[in-house]
Design a protein around this ligand. Sequence first.
Ligand code: ARG
Length: 294
Amino acid sequence: MSGSKSSIEYMQDKNSQLHLLMCAPEFFEVTYVINQWMQPQTWQDNPIRFKQKAVDEWQNLHKIFKSLGVAIELMLPRRNVPDMVFTANGAVVLNKRALLARFRYKERQPEEKFFAEYFESLKRSGIIETVDLLPENLFQEGAGDCIWDSQRQIFWAGYGPRSTKDAAEYIESYFGKQVIALELLSSRFYHLDLSLSPLKYGDVLYYPGAFTESSQKIIKERVPANQLISLDDEDASNFVCNLVNIDNKIVISHCSEKLKKILQERGYTVIESPVDTFTLAGGAVCCLTLKLNL
Ligand code: ARG
């Protein structure tokens, strides 16, 4: 019968434990500005306190993932690449294939070789099978701008502030999956993972103000109205799209009561794990992770 699962399928479900890549914030700090959220002056007010707070927040997040049964790989933190904690930006990964990121800003470009080295080691351990580089003439900032929608079996790709549109076309041919390219408008919602989040059961959270009119239209054409959850500026500015969804659990930095209710009605349980120190660099929960086994 097509509607019911065999015991083998259930076993596969059990084994499909989420596998994330993270990088501890040993060298995390806010020293430059490449997006509107970044606040080096605030950081400079009390670097020691912020550093400790970042460690505490990151460890708490790590602990929550562990308690949810997530397998976590850790990259070696390096000096002078403070944003490398945002592993989401390292690559686009699907079916054991990794396409390494090419960063727009020189501040993050030194991370490229660390991600390349790290993915080669994942290849040696069999977690990843192929690691490839993007063509040189385009920018693409990993899963931060290219999100796999497991329900629809498509990628949503953001372009404009960071990644270029031709990167979306390249990803489509590289992975052989449809890529829906969406144009981001501002340097506030500069990555797609701050602006849109496809959830496990087919719902899609998005902040219309992040997108051009024509990209908003594309989203509405693709996602039926009853699955589309439109966010207001307040929720979006609290980085609510930047969540990690594990089965029915949603791990998020902050969530308004209003949104919590909407999500609960759709069967999700919200787990808040504040990462406010990282929002001083313009990132939150999703940015701090990269899914290795999609
Ligand atoms: N400061 C980092 C940058 O501007 C933050 C990256 C956040 N990552 C993300 N996937 N949105 O690149």
